[in-house]
Design a protein around this ligand. Structure first.
Ligand code: AMP
Length: 301
């Protein structure tokens, strides 16, 4: 993986997370969809972060982003507190319950794309209200590739805006359960066909510990998740997948979507190995490359 890096705009939540899991309680650790996606992509692309935090957001976290080469010009600091999410995982980590969501400054978030970010070539619209994702698209000039994530909340409460968004993006990354809800179908081919009919040329269905499915035209690619002995914390795995996926494509000469899916799966596998961003904040390009080689070994027959 060599060559120039393209610019990747990442928009989403920057948060404090309180996570209760089999390892204990982790209070107010750095999280958020944009945080995970930015960190996962940071060694592969020139990441431009757009999000909002409160006055309580520590300088050392901003320094950590910058230390990873992430441009934080678009990280707005507003009066008030940073978004806080609290959740509890089941002992086997297969399900989680949200205990509390304190939107705080996130409630009034209106993403403002700095002038210096408007020429971004790749755009990752993290899981925020579809109206806000559309507002971001209105501000970028002519991106080569726009990818969006979404969740059941927006399928339930903002379906009109979500459908408009789908008509304007190139790729949708979505959890399997939400893909079924949005498409109204259950089986993978029917799900993908219905979602692609709404606009995005490519659909990626995330299946958690079972990997991911990529649908483009008649092509289907099935990637496993990297087999691990233990998982510390699945929070942010989906966002890390998207960051690794788009980060891969933002490298010059890297346009193979299958390879990008594997790169996303590699990033997600590192994410879940530690609590919060623990494994991502020190991840090197070589670590990702090594894991991609292991994926090749794992899936070749
Ligand atoms: P994931 O595990 O991929 O669903 O992403 C987890 C991240 O999503 C956590 O770090 C949370 O801070 C963030 N999050 C939780 N709820 C929301 C929400 N309503 N809007 C935006 N981000 C959220």
């Amino acid at each position: 993986m060599k060559g120039a890096m393209s610019s990747l705009l990442v928009v989403g939540s920057v948060a404090f997370d309180t996570i209760h899991n089999h390892l204990g309680s982790h209070t107010r650790i750095l999280g958020g969809s944009a945080t995970y996606a930015s960190l996962a992509a940071s060694q592969l692309a020139s990441v431009r972060l757009v999000g909002i935090v409160g006055k309580d957001f520590p300088k050392k976290a901003v320094d950590m982003f910058r230390g990873r080469g992430i441009d934080t010009t678009g990280l707005e600091v507003a009066n008030g507190d940073t978004f806080h999410w609290e959740g509890r995982y089941s002992d086997d980590l297969t399900s989680r319950t949200t205990i509390q969501t304190d939107l705080n400054v996130f409630a009034d978030f209106e993403p403002k794309i700095p002038e210096s970010f408007r020429d971004s070539e790749f755009v990752m619209l993290g899981n925020i209200a579809p109206e806000l994702q559309l507002h971001v698209l209105d501000q970028v000039r002519s991106p080569r590739l726009v990818i969006a994530d979404t969740m059941n909340l927006w399928i339930d409460t903002a379906l009109g805006a979500l459908k408009e968004l789908l008509s304007r993006i190139d790729m949708l990354v979505i959890n399997e359960e939400e893909a079924r809800q949005l498409s109204g179908f259950h089986h993978p081919l029917a799900v993908a066909e219905a979602l692609r009919a709404l606009g995005p040329e490519t659909v990626i269905v995330k299946r958690g510990e079972y990997g991911a499915l990529l649908f483009l035209d008649e092509d289907i690619f099935c990637a496993p998740a990297y087999p691990l002995k233990t998982v510390a914390d699945p929070t942010g795995a989906g966002d890390s997948f998207a960051g690794g996926f788009l980060g891969y494509l933002a490298q010059a000469g890297h346009d193979d979507l299958r390879q990008a899916v594997i790169c996303g799966s590699a990033a997600a596998s590192f994410c879940v190995q530690d609590v919060g961003i623990g494994a991502l904040e020190n991840l090197s390009r070589e670590d990702i490359e090594q894991r991609i080689r292991e994926f090749r070994q794992l899936t070749t027959f």
